[in-house]
Design a protein around this ligand. Structure first.
Ligand code: SAM
Length: 345
């Protein structure tokens, strides 16, 4: 194992270290309920929609990068294909940072990648992701999973050299789904995260992700009447509670997030988009795509592949009726999807 980078946990004030413990503890404690119980979730429409957005992002932004250097053909979302049929597998390598329980493994199998590395701070989730991978029917890509706080440590401290060659940039795609915002607790963490993204991504490679939309969050915060001490908003599905009306810095703007049947009041941090773009630029990453989730929907609902996929993924029923109520739709639109490209030098 190579040396740790970015400092140890002891360098953070105890309050912040507690936040990391809360985040990891929360995700470790969430049960992996299996497919049939997952279908009974009270927010199943929203969960399916989030998965559909990730499928669109992976297919339209990550897959072209994976396919660019070789002729692996278009990605097909035929019902039930799970990556089993279709064109031959390419040589694509994907790093999934904050991979959780491996909810995107089937999406990556459909993208016909060859190698996958998944890391997450929650060791229970990593065990579940490994199990899900083992349960994927053949043929599938090869995968390596590791438990790692990748906002404090370098990837190389947890992943063997065989998966991370010391020279060269092994990954075509780095993916961070619904998890990057936890790094914006401090500049040091955000930089360690960016270093992990950029130093393992090949030039021309793609960094894709989904994060809460800072301007949407801050507009809602601003709309709370002056003098009101309770800085929270939400509906029957989610709630967000800020601790201060104004925050003096670009990092560490904390709020507490609750999402029914998913997230139980966990500390999260605002990702100011312009600051993120500026930071990413220092690491050779250029923004090529950013859309709010409702825009992803509007842009793709009539697409020849992604339109039918809405039904296959049960975002809409066979009559085209949405499986989300208005409160779920509002919660879905907290987020934006993004893609960056790694500059050639
Ligand atoms: N990406 C997965 C998905 O889309 O299904 C999981 C998303 S879940 C909402 C957020 C994930 O971020 C959790 O699995 C959590 O453990 C992980 N996470 C939070 N902080 C992290 C850190 N410092 N290092 C690695 N993973 C982290």
């Amino acid at each position: 194992k190579r040396k740790r980078e970015g400092g140890g946990e002891g360098e953070y004030p105890s309050k912040r270290t507690r936040d990391v413990g809360l985040i990891a503890g929360h995700y470790n404690a969430r049960p992996d309920v299996g497919l049939s119980q997952r279908k009974d979730s009270p927010i199943i429409g929203l969960k399916n929609f989030n998965n559909w957005v990730k499928s669109v992002l992976i297919s339209s932004r990550a897959h072209p990068t994976l396919a660019a250097s070789e002729n692996i053909g278009p990605l097909r979302h035929t019902p039930g294909s799970r990556g089993m049929r279709g064109p031959p597998r390419g040589s694509g390598k994907v790093l999934d940072m904050g991979c959780g329980k491996g909810g995107d493994l089937i999406k990556w199998n459909k993208a016909r990648i060859r190698e996958y590395v998944g890391v997450d701070i929650a060791s229970v989730s990593i065990d579940q992701a490994r199990k899900r991978y083992e349960e994927l029917r053949l043929p599938k890509f090869s995968a390596y999973f590791a438990t790692l706080d990748c906002y404090i440590n370098s990837l190389s401290s947890a992943i063997p050299d065989s998966h991370l060659p010391p020279t060269g940039n092994p990954f075509d795609v780095v993916s961070m789904q619904f998890c990057m915002h936890y790094a914006f607790e401090s500049e040091q963490k955000a930089r360690t995260m960016m270093e992990n993204v950029s130093s393992w991504l090949r030039p021309g490679g793609t960094f894709v992700g989904t994060i809460p939309n800072a301007s949407w969050l801050l507009d809602r915060l601003e709309a709370i009447p002056e003098g009101e001490l309770n800085l929270s908003f939400g509906n029957s599905v989610y709630s967000i509670r800020f601790e201060e009306r104004h925050h003096p810095a670009l990092y560490g703007q904390r709020y507490w997030f609750y999402l029914k049947d998913a997230v139980d009041d966990v500390p999260e941090y605002v990702v100011h988009w312009d600051n993120f773009v500026k930071l990413a630029d220092e690491y050779g990453l250029v923004p090529v795509y950013v859309k709010e989730f409702h825009e992803v929907f509007a842009d793709n609902e009539d697409h020849s592949e992604f339109g039918p996929l809405l039904q296959n993924m049960r975002v809409v029923d066979s009559n085209g009726e949405s499986q989300m109520d208005e409160d779920q739709w509002e919660a879905a639109n907290i987020y934006v999807a993004f893609a960056f490209e790694k500059r050639s030098r």
